[in-house]
Write a protein that binds this ligand. Structure first.
Ligand code: NAD
Ligand code: LMR
Length: 354
């Protein structure tokens, strides 16, 4: 039996039924656009469709009874239940969960950085991880809420304080950066199917902390010199592209639901024994086999590298730093400058919340 939880289940990482909603307001009316009702979530829908999930618990501060009732009519295996904060709903939702996915929190508006979300989202993630530590201490936890560079260190510190931290079971979801890199490289290289490409993206999940390693694309693709900087920039700032286009109505939701599901599905398959499944993720390196050596090189404990997944979660951190080019070294230096501050900010918050 596999129980999966989505915390933040009524949010926009989805909107698969947007065409059933009232028509969106005209472009430019940002405030109204932000209030377009959202009552469904493709990440939850995808998990409902997943044959590896037996029980799906949807937790949010609003609307989960409706989302759960709706999804429960989908003719797939998973039993769906919605939970609200009343009557210790978070505890009931998280109880004995195997996998907890957390997209709870506010998204960006144009002009904001992910770090601008810290003041609100840090507390939300901290509270949810405290519940997870209490009622599902062995769960695999997938943190989507931004700023991931800081919310994952917060999660680790909370789990440590409760003596239930297993670094092989805590993942910052950076899959959207890989998805974007695959898409943009395939476009540039004229490849029909982006999913046939493996493009490692390492570091963190914001702007310059995102480091695509185009020298390690498999099968190999040569990026022309005059296209390199623009391609790096597009992968690093792909999130901004969506935030700007949505014009105040939030950030990436559909592509994120795909990315979050892609990671969750790989993990679920790996837990069940499938071999050879690798996906980059932002983890606590010293606690993952192979990670300590990488942490020595980067000087950071939290960092995203390709992770081999297995029954214990993160079975192995794969060192891709050995073969990087001079251009990639420059990108890595810039990444580490920003990332260290983001990590410190998260750790400090976890120990001294305001
Ligand atoms: P949204 O505002 O549409 O939805 C967030 C949901 O979280 C809302 O339904 C809200 O009610 C809920 N929520 C707030 N506080 C909560 C709490 N304490 N417990 C449970 N639920 C709570 O936002 P969204 O577009 O779904 O984005 C959610 C988060 O995911 C944002 O922080 C965004 O930046 C992040 N995100 C991350 C990635 C990534 O690649 N890691 C990609 C896209 C979005
Ligand atoms: C993304 O990369 O799309 C997400 O982190 C959301 C954002 O704020 O850009």
């Amino acid at each position: 039996m596999v129980k999966a939880v989505v915390a933040g289940a009524s949010g926009g990482i989805g909107q698969v039924c947007l065409i059933l909603q009232p028509l969106p307001p005209p472009v430019g009316d940002a405030e109204q656009a932000a209030n377009v009702p959202r009552d469904s979530q493709p990440l939850s829908l995808l998990l409902k469709l997943c044959p590896l999930v037996d029980e799906l618990a949807l937790y949010d501060v609003v609307n989960t009874p409706g989302v759960a009732a709706d999804l429960s009519h989908v003719s797939s295996n998973a039993k769906v239940q919605g939970y609200l904060p009343a009557d210790d709903g978070a505890k009931a939702a998280f109880k004995d969960a195997d996998v907890i996915v957390i997209p709870a929190g506010i998204p960006r508006k144009p002009g904001m950085t992910r770090d601008d979300l810290f003041n609100i989202n840090a507390g939300i993630v901290k509270g949810l991880i405290e519940v997870a530590a209490e009622v599902a201490p062995k769960a695999f936890i997938l943190v989507i809420s931004n700023p991931v560079n800081s919310t994952v260190p917060i999660s680790a510190e909370v789990l440590k304080a409760k003596n239930v931290f297993n670094p092989q079971r805590l993942f910052g979801v950076t899959t959207l950066d890989i998805v974007r890199a695959e898409t943009f490289v395939a476009e540039l290289a004229g490849k029909a199917n982006p999913q046939e490409l493996t493009v490692p993206v390492i570091g963190g999940h914001s702007g310059e902390t995102i480091v695509p390693l185009f020298s390690q694309i498999k099968p190999s693709v040569t990026i022309p010199d005059d296209k390199y900087d623009a391609l790096v920039n597009r992968v690093q700032f792909g999130g901004d592209e969506v935030v700007k286009a949505k014009n105040g109505a939030g950030s990436a939701t559909l592509s994120m639901a795909y990315a979050g599901y892609r990671f969750a599905e790989k993990l679920l398959k790996a837990i069940k024994g499938a071999k050879g499944l690798v996906e980059p993720s932002y983890v606590y390196l010293p606690g993952v086999p192979g990670g300590a050596e990488i942490a020595k090189k980067t000087g950071t404990d939290f960092f995203s590298v390709p992770i081999e997944l297995g029954p214990n979660g993160a079975e192995k951190a794969i060192d891709v730093l050995g073969d990087i080019t001079d251009k990639e070294k420059t990108l890595l230096d810039a990444c580490l400058k920003g990332l260290k501050g983001n990590i410190e900010k998260g750790v400090t918050f976890a120990h001294n919340p305001p």
